[in-house]
Design a protein around this ligand. Structure first.
Ligand code: SAM
Length: 326
């Protein structure tokens, strides 16, 4: 019998306290808008660009090489864990990458249901998928998935726009990394997207010392720091606002060196880190990713960007990364 909690029953969803409660409530209550209505978003260019960056990352890392011993044993390939899967925005990307199996988990039970619905609605060949609600930063994956589901290791673990919530405390970051690494095979990869701490802290440093307003941003996003002076390794808090997407949700700075050092304790070693602008310049002329820019409506047929300057600036708040398990 499966030990998985039934995410359809959102009444069973736990009440979460404090900042985690704010995050869960925020994501659970954001309506799922259809593809057509989505195109009306005032930041549709940025949303499409973020999706393009994730497509690049997923396409590049969906099938890390297997050691020859595993190949000769004929092991099946393409098992993925999407941690912080949200409403399943990447399900089509995993389908296109021809993965065999997906385990998807998120703390927001309503979003998990929407993710499952999205998977059920996939057209064409479908991969196996299992969905569960779990606070991945305080609880082990084994609480959400039956042992049989975890028996074969993952080839890829993906955390898109969600890992930074774990940097509230060292304990949460450790729990998250344990969940990432425990069932990831040697040679497997951990990919993700997180805010760019260097850029955020540079902006904080640039705020005049006598200013009472410790925020920065433009017409579509704003980052408001909790403190100018308190700069702990974990739990350095700010509130993030992104027009038509995120309503002043509490988030935490992820110091890259700190993250790399901690990840190494879990056998995870950085192999890629780039700002989103750099991801764009590296891949905009690629034979596969260039036409994808048009298909995903990041640029039009004439090559004109769907993002205005403010969206383009907001895009670079993020970095993409990949780690290899050794
Ligand atoms: N990865 C999805 C995507 O790219 O479309 C969703 C990204 S959304 C910006 C951030 C997600 O992180 C939300 O769905 C939220 O519920 C999830 N999240 C935050 N804290 C979490 C936790 N402790 N455990 C699991 N998921 C969490």
């Amino acid at each position: 019998a499966s030990q998985e909690p039934d995410p359809v029953d959102t009444r069973a969803a736990k009440r979460h306290m404090g900042d985690v409660g704010v995050v869960v409530e925020h994501y659970n209550s954001r309506p799922e808008v259809g593809v057509v209505q989505r195109q009306d978003s005032p930041i549709i260019g940025l949303k499409n660009f973020n999706n393009w960056v994730k497509s690049v990352l997923i396409t590049r890392y969906a099938h890390p090489a297997l050691e020859t011993s595993a190949l000769s044993r004929g092991r099946a390939r393409g098992k993925v864990l999407d941690m912080g899967c949200g409403k399943g925005g990447d399900i089509t990307k995993w389908a296109k990458a021809s993965v065999k199996e997906l385990l998807a988990v998120d703390i927001a039970a309503v979003s998990v249901n929407q993710a499952r619905n999205r998977w059920e609605g996939l057209r064409g060949p479908r991969f196996d998928a299992t969905f569960a609600a779990l606070d991945c930063y305080t609880e082990p994956l084994s609480k959400a998935f039956a042992p049989a589901k975890l028996a074969q290791p993952f080839d890829v673990v993906s955390m898109q726009f969600c890992m930074h919530y774990a940097f509230e405390s060292l304990q949460k970051a450790r729990c998250m990394l344990d969940n990432v690494s425990r069932y990831l095979r040697t040679g497997g990869v951990f990919i993700g997207t997180i805010p760019n701490s260097e850029l955020l802290l540079e902006h904080l440093d640039a705020i005049p010392p006598d200013s009472r307003d410790i925020s920065f941003g433009n017409s579509i996003y704003r980052i408001t720091f909790e403190s100018r002076d308190e700069r702990p390794m974990f739990g350095q808090k700010y509130w993030f606002f992104l027009k038509d997407a995120v309503e002043n949700v509490p988030e935490y700075i992820v110091r890259w060196d700190n993250f790399v050092q901690l990840a190494a304790e879990y056998g995870l070693h950085a192999i890629y880190k780039e700002e989103f602008h750099q991801v764009f310049s590296e891949n905009q002329d690629h034979h596969e990713f260039k036409p994808l820019l048009v298909r995903m409506k990041v640029v039009d047929n004439d090559g004109a960007s769907a993002m205005d300057e403010d969206q383009w600036e907001a895009a670079n708040i993020y970095i993409a990364f990949a780690f290899e398990k050794r």
